[in-house]
Design a protein around this ligand. Structure first.
Ligand SMILES: *[C@@H]1O[C@H](CO)[C@@H](O)[C@H](O)[C@H]1NC(C)=O
Ligand SMILES: *[C@@H]1O[C@H](CO)[C@@H](O)[C@H](O)[C@H]1NC(C)=O
Ligand SMILES: [Zn+2]
Length: 529
């Protein structure tokens, strides 16, 4: 049997949980999607009634570049990609052709850093509202952080609780990170149980997380977890600031009385760049174990929300050059805003590490455009409006976290286009690289056999996010409100289901929980470049 036919056969054999096959010498794994069975359009999972259709536009983002393509979708997969200068005509209406003209058809965004907070703090955000906002923003996969939900996702039991809470509430495909804390860092069996239960990797903090039941670890504790991560070929994602009170004037330490706590600059100087630099330095030291032949070869170290494209990024670049398996992300808010522009008391701009000045923002853009920063995530980290202390405007006491999951595309594109970013670069940093870092080989690009995870958007359409703009995440406070953007999402497909189209969602959330059954052979950073 020709391998193409075998592949088609495998694609159709969806209920069989595991197939492994070899392509060249690369071992590829297939994901086992809980909840995902045969398409259930008639049950309201899709706004389209068809399960076989063709999307067409003049600007389709493919691994071979942008061009006019017909993207044929059957069931949950892309079954053909055909370059052609005009939309195909459907014979007798089958398959239906959706012609999007000059709009961009692109792989859905993969947001590997999202705080959903359910169970335990569902009033901050929940799976339903968080994934509705993701779908409206063109994001087709999220990976949920192990905090600020309660209990935190540091054991198999807690992960099972979270999966139970997520059931029937997912508009997009959703994976879960486990939590690395002092209590489990030296306990391989707890970590292995987490991976067996579906955790895609671990998240750790080198400084207090802001949540008491998710304490910081030391670099040494991260090092101790690497051999277990290596065995399962998973990444550890690390919040890179290391608290160093000696680097901060004493009256600026959290908890100390403030003369002008409504001044963003006071908050900024309470979390100096030196914290981030020291954290990344320590992390790149332990990441040496991930080198080929190292004791943790196969493990991967990922630096989250980088704000410092100077010394911190130099540590990451040196580690890559030495062969350590490392990557780094930044977020749209660091690429959008500058400390000196934050209005007095505007705590919707508070996050950690803090937004830095315009010079640092431009350095981040430079590093993103030249590929030194590998990928982008939102770090969507909401809380209730009350905890943002919007009236009081106290930057030191307010919750530190920015909501942005619905605005990834317009924020990245508006600021990126102005600096020469291409649509292909945007797609690589939001889809292709995250798919590799998270280990999602069926996602991240538009190709034959891949999941039909697709966003259609208009880069030229501009809009203003005002107080009546339809925001789908739960607590409608975000620094993006009050700004004009270009880059409007027209429609979003998750595994062939049309889940969002301008202002409306499918009746029923039918996203799947991602559960890896066998992990791809990692070859360090080669995969990512
Ligand atoms: C690991 O944690 C489990 C569950 O809490 C406990 O039973 C076991 O003794 C621990 N193992 C080690 C080596 O600490
Ligand atoms: C928000 O913007 C929309 C579209 O531009 C406009 O129709 C609406 O009146 C605005 N709402 C407010 C409160 O400014
Ligand atoms: Zn976060």
């Amino acid at each position: 049997m020709a391998s193409g036919n075998l592949f088609r056969l495998l694609l159709r054999g969806w209920n069989i949980p595991l197939f492994v096959f070899t392509v060249g010498c690369t071992l590829v794994y297939l994901l086992n999607f809980e909840n995902a069975h045969v398409l259930q359009r008639n049950e309201g999972c899709s706004l389209l009634s068809e399960t076989h259709f063709v999307l067409y536009s003049k600007r389709v983002v493919t691994p071979a570049g942008i061009g006019p393509y017909a993207v044929e979708v059957e069931g949950e997969r892309i079954i053909s990609m055909t370059k052609r200068s005009e939309a195909p005509k459907s014979a007798g209406g089958k398959p239906r052709v959706l012609d999007y003209g000059n709009a961009v058809i692109m792989p859905g965004l993969i947001d590997a850093h999202v705080h959903i907070n359910e169970p335990g703090r569902t009033e901050w955000e929940g799976f339903l509202t968080g994934t509705m906002a993701a779908a409206a923003g063109g994001t087709t996969t999220i990976v949920d952080m192990p905090l600020n939900n309660h209990p935190t996702t540091t054991t198999k039991e807690h992960l099972e609780e979270k999966k139970e809470a997520a059931k029937g509430k997912l508009y997009v495909d959703t994976g879960f990170w486990g939590g690395l804390v002092p209590e489990n860092a030296h306990n391989a069996s707890v970590l292995e149980d987490l991976f067996e239960a579906g955790a895609l990797g671990l998240k750790a903090f080198l400084c207090p997380s802001g949540i008491d039941d998710f304490p910081a670890v030391t670099a040494k504790q991260i090092k101790a977890s690497l051999p277990v991560l290596a065995k399962y070929r998973r990444p550890v994602l690390v919040h890179q600031e290391v608290t160093d009170p000696s680097a901060v004037p004493s009256d600026l330490m959290p908890g100390e009385p403030q003369s002008n706590a409504r001044d963003y600059m006071r908050y900024l100087s309470s979390r100096p760049l030196s914290w981030e630099r020291e954290g990344v330095r320590q992390l790149m030291e332990v990441a040496k174990d991930t080198k080929p032949g190292g004791v943790a070869e196969g493990a991967h170290v990922h630096v989250v929300h980088l704000t410092d494209a100077e010394d911190s990024l130099d540590h990451v670049k040196a580690a890559k050059a030495e062969g350590s398996s490392v990557t780094v992300e930044t977020c749209p808010h660091y690429l959008s805003f500058a400390a000196e522009d934050v209005p007095e008391g505007a705590t919707q701009y508070k996050c950690a590490p803090p937004l830095r000045d315009a010079r640092h923002r431009e350095l981040l853009w430079k590093a993103l455009l030249n590929g030194d920063i590998d990928m982008i995530t939102t770090d969507h980290s909401p809380s209730t409006l009350a905890l943002k202390l919007l009236e009081e405007g106290d930057f030191l006491k307010a919750w530190g976290g920015i909501s942005g999951i619905q605005f990834s595309l317009p924020a990245t594109w508006s600021h990126g286009h102005a600096r020469g970013m291409t649509i292909e670069q945007l797609s690589k940093r939001w889809s292709t690289v995250p798919a590799k870092m998270v280990n999602l080989p069926r996602k991240g690009s538009l190709e034959f056999g891949k999941d039909a995870d697709i966003v259609v958007w208009d880069p030229e359409a501009s809009f203003f996010i005002n107080s009546t703009y339809p925001i789908y995440f739960k607590n409608k406070v975000a620094p993006y409100i009050g700004h004009r953007y270009s880059g409007k999402v027209i429609t979003t497909f998750v595994r062939g289901r049309q889940v969002f189209e301008e202002g409306r969602h499918a009746k029923k959330p039918c996203g799947a929980m991602i559960n890896p059954v066998l992990i791809i052979e990692r070859s360090g950073n080669e995969l990512l470049n």
